[in-house]
Ligand binder design. Sequence first.
Ligand SMILES: Nc1ncnc2c1ncn2[C@@H]1O[C@H](COP(=O)(O)OP(=O)(O)OP(=O)(O)O)[C@@H](O)[C@H]1O
Length: 253
Amino acid sequence: MGEQMGLIIDAERLSRSFGDQLAVDGLALAIAPGEIFGLLGPNGAGKTTTIRMLSTLLPPSGGTARVCGFDVVRAAGEVRRRIGYVMQQVSPMGYYLLTGREKAEIEAALYHVPRRRVKARVGELLELVGLSEDADRLVQEYSGGMQKRLDLACGLLHSPELLILDEPTLGLDVRSRHLIWDHIRSLCAQGMTVLLATNYMDEADRLCDRLTIIDRGRQVISGTPGELKSALGAPSLDEVFLRHTGHALGEDG
Ligand SMILES: Nc1ncnc2c1ncn2[C@@H]1O[C@H](COP(=O)(O)OP(=O)(O)OP(=O)(O)O)[C@@H](O)[C@H]1O
């Protein structure tokens, strides 16, 4: 085993159907270490389904995917050890009665961080996402942005090679979104690879090194935000999306 051509994600013809519906149809991804790679598409495009297959939570109906050099079906355990996955809505109600630090310490145990390392690792990560001063407040008192930053810290507890983020700034105000983008950029500057799903055009444009546009389960086009725009002389990714799909990014289906 081991990494194939050094790619962190290498997927070919990756597909998933639910009954008659093809939610993801023949996706190809080649993501290199240190990249911030975006899956951009409207609600229902197939982004979460793709992420769930890459994080081993959902078996593909067809095609293959290797993550950190391991097949997501045949070597799911190896993949899980190497990835952090932050879901769209992470914090279930039960966590709200805990402090941020307590939540992170419980998650550290779930991620098998050695017990003697937990306190230090949690402290380091809360510091990294700017939550040290609020670490001992209840999660229920956190703003949406603080909760997202706590989720980000929790996804990093076991020092993954790849961080997968599903809509990392969904519903946040501009300032909180920029703060999360800064944290993601600094992680990648230190060698982390990030795959993120978003339906925010500006997030894909300003944060991602490369992206693939997905619509109705199909990969429409991939490239750097600059390449995608300049190939069409388009001023924005919204316009790129519209020109390739015939409908606006904000419209479902
Ligand atoms: N477990 C499931 N059973 C049946 N259909 C599903 C299931 N999961 C997803 N789908 C369908 O697959 C399609 C893609 O959904 P998916 O959640 O991957 O989209 P998405 O791009 O992540 O959208 P969103 O931004 O709203 O999360 C949708 O039509 C959805 O209804």
